[in-house]
Design a binder for this molecule. Sequence first.
Ligand SMILES: [Zn+2]
Length: 415
Amino acid sequence: MNLEKFSIGTGDRFAHQGKAQLAAIIKAKQQGCNIVPVWNKSNREHSIIGTKPADLKKEADAAVKALGWKDSYYIDADHINLSNVDGFIDSSNFFTLDVADYIGLKCDEKDLKAFIAANKKFIGTIEIPGIGGKLNITQNDLEKIGGKFLLAVKKAGETYHHIIEKKGSNNFVTEVSVDESNLPQSPTEMLFILSAIAAQKIPAQTIAPKFTGRFNKGVDYVGDVKQFEKEFNEDIAVINFAIKEFGLPANLKLSVHSGSDKFSIYTPIKKALKTSGAGLHLKTAGTTWLEEIIGLALAGGEGLDIAKDVYRQAIEHFDELCGPYATVIDIDKAKLPSPDEVDKWDSVKYANTLRHDQKCRDYNLNFRQLIHVGYKIAAKMGSRYINALEKYEDTIAKTVTENIYDRHIKRIFLD
Ligand SMILES: [Zn+2]
């Protein structure tokens, strides 16, 4: 199973926006831009919302059928590991093996020796086309990189081979993610992570590194855009080198996690894709859920009431909601409006505050990040929330499609 050059991960927390998301991809196709959808959902999201991987597949199948989508589509078991993969085997054809928890943990001496022996030939200077300057590799580099990443990659290998046993080979796509780690990986680290992935016989088609800067949920990139651009281009160069050198799948490409709403890096990404001819997997998750709330607010009536309630309760449960996301949100509490104030807002004021339009004076990124982590509140509302999604489907679908198409696809893949 070969993942196409361009793919977009469309998380959908409450599994009601599959059609609206696919509509954006169809719109791109009508413009001559081929992107395939990958519906991704992590174990954490499933357990908070109370859904099962089979629900996600059902949603995707229904959307594809309703809109007559004939190209490929994927169901991503997002950020899984050996302890939770089993529940995803039947319903997924894309597995994101997340091994970041094992980065830096001690590996077998024997494994480290084998790794160093296999990569000894790179000691010295190597030239990688596309990287300005050469990479200088020392024995010490190999020891350090092996020591830091080998156990993690081995764990990815165990998970991959477990999936193969249950599912057979060649009927799913494999991604390896190391994005949820503290430090960005250098091109040299990337090169030898890929070497280790190949040695574990994991046919990775996408790799999600940790890039420089903050990838906060649902809001713009915070960091050095120039440095990001350099890393992104170097990663593409290293991947192309590693494909040939280690025999990894020819379509191996970068996966950008928390990729939604990072508008300030979309121009450099677009430029890099154009000049290198590389592919991209852009993973988005919560941006669709935020559009649901915007759509509900715009619908008025019970929709707006729910949007206000979600905010009030999110304030009340601030620490509980923000805790698990501490490393991927930055909320300035002083800039959050009080729930009493929000209760007085009309539809437009609420939507303008939440919608990611930096030119709009009402836009409040603190408000947006809090709602982003507030999906647990909506999950607790149960049928009240789901009924509203169904009642106001038209208004919500419009905002979901517009967000994916105009603010994401258009800025990265079109023109
Ligand atoms: Zn991720």
